[in-house]
Design a protein around this ligand. Structure first.
Ligand code: ARG
Length: 460
């Protein structure tokens, strides 16, 4: 009568609570596919170096194929008596193929096994996230191209600052998500190293070929130190950090969408499929999706903090603490995946209200800096120009009009250098068109940037 799955060393079984407390199969069964992939690569190598026979390898292949089928069909019997995904699958393999199954774990430990599974899993998540970021950027650039010349107020301190084009505003987010993609691609390099072969912590006495396993599994190389290979989770932390930044950017965008959709602002409308109504107020259409995305950013930050904290006190090498790495990691990946998938669609469904944007840009003296720049070009020192325009703005405030509404004589009352051509600079169109350099808001520049990003994300 076996007290525990792994050995006869134990004289009494753990209590039900301890069993539940220590088991991870409830959540790590998500790694089943990677676990099988890793086992097959390990077995193939064991056969190639002659540690197991080719017949054993063939049996393992067959057994794993049925197990994968059982899992896919939802027929696999997961048991918390077998603690985790690794022991569950191995036990089933032995049931199916006998001794060959018992040979699979030669030269391997669950410690290097789980580290390998997680790396394979994170790698796939990164690839998916990169594709989704491409789709989000593509959607942003598409809308930006349509609205390269649509003008809205640009804000600092949430006060009207200078006119910008809506396309330019959208492309700011395309830049942020572009850096997120770079970060994930960089993180992937460090994720993509093979821990297998480290065994429990010190390596193994068998003549293993780690490079061979690495190639089979598509890793760029092997972890160079067995103690490090089984214990550190910095690659998962890096992924969670990159995920936190993705969500930070999503959250900023969400905040703006919510604000823009407020009837007080009315710059945009979101497609109905991203909004919900109220159970009491019949008139409501609430931007639930961006609000929820903003809210979910919190849990992704939390997962990062949890993982950093999980790692900080651990001596070498593997400690069971590491079993706690998975749920937060999975949650961050799930949240980013779902959020980006939804946003790729949501952005395409934004209905823009150019007239409301324009009206808002006409309030708040958005072209005041343009008037100052105009005076500078007429030879007035910038500080004096700044002062002159400040006085003009004050006069407008009293008259409740815009700078462009002042008659030429009135403007000349503020500075003699002002001529008829000033009106070309006081318009919103003149203001944005004049900012015509790389990174500027001029429609021509926005079009060029949008096209560059569209081409870059064409596959997306
Ligand atoms: N379920 C474990 C984890 O997630 C697998 C490794 C267990 N190794 C051990 N020596 N207890 O980390």
């Amino acid at each position: 009568n076996k007290a525990q799955a792994w050995s006869a060393r134990f004289s009494e079984p753990v209590s039900d609570l301890v069993k539940r407390y220590t088991a991870s199969v409830g959540f790590d069964q998500r790694l089943a596919h990677q676990d099988i992939q890793g086992s097959l690569a390990h077995a193939e190598m064991l056969a190639a170096v002659g540690v197991i026979s080719n017949d054993d390898y063939a049996a393992i292949q067959k057994g794993m194929a049925s197990i994968q089928e059982e899992i896919d069909a939802g027929r696999f019997q997961w048991s918390i008596d077998l603690e985790d995904v690794h022991l569950n699958i191995e036990k089933r393999l032995v049931e199916l193929i006998g001794d060959a199954g018992k040979r699979l774990h030669t030269g391997r430990s669950r410690n290097d096994q789980v580290a390998t599974d997680i790396r394979l899993w994170v790698r796939a998540e990164i690839d998916h996230a990169l594709e989704l970021l491409g789709r989000v950027r593509h959607a942003l650039a598409g809308l930006a191209l349509e609205h390269a010349a649509t003008i809205l107020p640009g804000f600092t301190h949430l006060q009207v600052a200078q006119p910008v084009t809506f396309g330019h505003h959208l492309l700011a987010y395309a830049e942020m998500f572009g850096r997120d993609a770079e970060r994930l691609a960089d993180c992937r390099k460090r994720v993509n190293r093979l821990p297998l072969g480290a065994a429990a912590l010190a390596g193994t006495t068998f003549p293993i070929d780690r490079e061979r396993v690495a190639t089979t599994l598509g890793f760029d190389g092997v972890c160079r130190n067995s103690l490090d290979a089984v214990s550190d989770r910095d690659f998962a932390i890096e992924f969670c950090a990159a995920a936190a930044l993705v969500m930070m950017h999503i959250s900023r965008l969400s905040e703006e969408l919510v604000l823009w959709m407020s009837p007080r602002v009315g710059f945009i409308d979101l497609a109905d499929r991203f909004c919900t109504g109220s159970s009491i107020m019949p008139q409501k259409k609430n931007p639930d999706v961006p609000e929820l995305a903003r809210g979910k950013t919190g849990r992704v930050y939390g997962n990062l903090t949890a993982l950093l904290t999980l790692m900080k006190g651990q001596p070498l090498a593997y400690n069971k603490d590491n079993q706690e790495d998975k749920e937060g990691l999975f949650d961050s990946a799930d949240t980013v995946r779902d959020t980006l998938t939804i946003f790729a669609d949501l952005i395409g469904g934004i209905r823009v209200r150019p007239e409301a944007m324009r009206q808002a840009a006409l309030q708040g003296y958005a072209t005041a800096t343009d008037l100052a720049d105009y005076l500078v070009r007429k030879g007035v020192p910038f500080r004096d120009a700044h002062e002159t325009v400040a006085r003009a703005v004050r006069a407008c405030e009293e008259k409740r009009c815009d700078l462009a509404d002042l008659a030429l004589e009135e403007l000349q009352g503020f500075h003699g250098a002002i001529e008829q051509d000033v009106y070309g600079f006081l318009t919103l169109e003149g203001s944005v068109a004049a900012r015509d350099h790389i990174g500027g808001t001029a429609p021509a520049r926005v079009r060029a940037e949008a096209e560059r990003i569209l081409a870059q994300t064409a596959a997306a």
